[in-house]
Design a binder for this molecule. Structure first.
Ligand SMILES: Cc1ncc(COP(=O)(O)O)c(C=O)c1O
Length: 423
């Protein structure tokens, strides 16, 4: 059998030609792409014109092992050469093992369960459906949060610009200021519109500008939801699977603070995952903690063809294996500190501060010049993104080395000056 190469299937064109063909053939839901990327290794990618970039974005917090990781590539190839897809009419060992491993990592009690899907939005849709099955009418989420673009995930997302063109969205969602435990207490206590089924929060608001929950906030949310009989749903689509230096951001010790004696760990009811879980292979997951929560979606009440497909399950198992074996949680903490401390030590007049945890960081500017900074960084060979007008997001592969991080820190003053960021 003659097997074509990818080059045979795709063909050759110049950087400019690919851009023109992208504009002609791909629907314009995104801004025109800044580069056409063709290959990568570790934290380095190469464009169609042969230029190299240090990837400090990882496909928006997704390629956790970097590009072309040999373990991920080999495991995925082995699975695809063995059994690529079966549907949920059958079980596969690789799906079962992935579910078990995720439940171990989240410290799930007996009776917990995992629902697999293909993306973050789908994971949050499933969480929304779990909330509806409580029979309670209201769901509370936070201003500044982002949960995805499908109708339910959009209903959870407060950003009016994303919501308005698609009204009416599923009803019953209210938004509270992020980080304000009193506001959360008040909205849970006011039952005039019915009881709250679930509170949905990100431990670090990623798309909202990399804004961490203030210390104690998640614990307060846990206690308040428990008292009100509501579910605590943590959207760890961006923060999960090691990005913040813990398997899940809610496990970072500062969330418990002084309460450690009374509350040995922060256990949510539902955790949603995607992005970094598959290292670039699409996979999402909903972890339902405890049999009461896992039992809320019964047979026939939810499903998706690709959910837990062996290919994506194998990818996720490979990611979890490498994160553990290579101590990428430690690397996220250490290299994150190189970035954070290095940027702060520059004392550059354009920089107001650095926010975030581990390898999910934002360089916060005094002026709304993040777009110009991202463009100058790109020209200098670094992929970053302007997550909000005044915040430049860094979410590199978890394999980023301290040397690579330092290279960015050293280049940053020149990038900021080129961008006129202090103006
Ligand atoms: C916290 C969070 N939740 C959900 C989503 C949506 O995930 P997806 O783009 O895979 O649908 C995102 C994407 O940025 C996210 O950051």
């Amino acid at each position: 059998m003659s097997v074509p190469t990818l080059a045979d299937l795709v063909g050759h064109a110049s950087d400019e030609q690919w851009r023109a063909r992208h504009g002609a053939a791909v629907m314009g839901t995104y801004a025109p792409p800044a580069r056409v990327l063709v290959s990568g290794r570790g934290a380095v990618v190469r464009d169609a014109a042969g230029r190299e970039y240090l990837d400090l974005l990882a496909g928006i917090a997704t390629t956790s092992l970097g590009h072309a990781h040999p373990v991920l590539a080999a495991v995925v190839a082995e699975q695809l050469s063995t059994l690529g897809h079966v549907s949920n009419l059958a079980a596969t060992p690789v799906q079962v093992r992935l579910a078990e491993r995720l439940l171990e990592l989240v410290h799930a009690p007996a009776g917990s369960g995992v629902f697999f899907c293909g993306s973050g939005a789908e994971a949050n849709e499933a969480a929304f459906k779990i909330a509806r099955r409580t029979g309670r009418p209201r769901v509370v989420a936070a201003h500044g949060g982002f949960h995805g673009r499908t109708m339910g995930a959009l209903a959870l997302t407060a950003n009016e610009a994303y919501r308005a063109p698609f009204a009416p969205l599923p009803a019953g969602v209210e938004h509270v200021p992020f980080g304000d435990a009193d506001a959360l207490a008040a909205v849970l206590a006011d039952t005039s519109r019915g009881e709250v089924a679930a509170v949905v929060l990100e431990p670090v608001q990623g798309e909202g500008g990399v804004v961490p929950a203030p210390p104690g906030y998640l614990l307060a949310a846990r206690r308040l939801t428990r008292e009100a009989g509501a579910l605590l749903v943590l959207d760890e689509v961006q923060t999960g699977v090691g990005r913040t230096g813990a398997w899940f951001a809610h496990q970072l010790p500062h969330h418990l603070g002084d309460a450690l004696a009374e509350e040995p760990e922060l256990l949510p009811d539902v955790v949603t995952l995607a992005k970094g879980l598959g290292g670039g292979v699409p996979v999402g997951a909903v972890l339902a903690l405890g049999s009461d929560v896992a039992g809320l979606l019964g047979p026939g009440q939810h499903g998706t063809t690709f959910g837990g497909n062996p290919l994506s399950a194998a990818a996720a198992l490979a990611v979890l294996h490498v994160v553990e074996k290579d101590d990428l949680l430690g690397n996220a903490r250490d290299v994150g500190a190189v970035l954070r401390d290095g940027v702060l030590a520059l004392g550059h007049p354009a920089v107001r501060g650095v926010r975030g945890e581990g390898l999910l960081l934002a360089v916060v500017l005094h002026e709304p010049r993040a777009r110009a900074v991202a463009a100058a960084a790109l020209a200098a060979g670094f992929l970053v993104n302007a997550v909000t007008p005044d915040a430049v997001r860094l979410a590199p592969p978890l394999v980023l080395t301290a040397g690579q991080a330092q290279r960015f820190v050293d280049a940053l003053p020149g990038v900021l000056d080129t961008a006129g960021a202090a103006a």
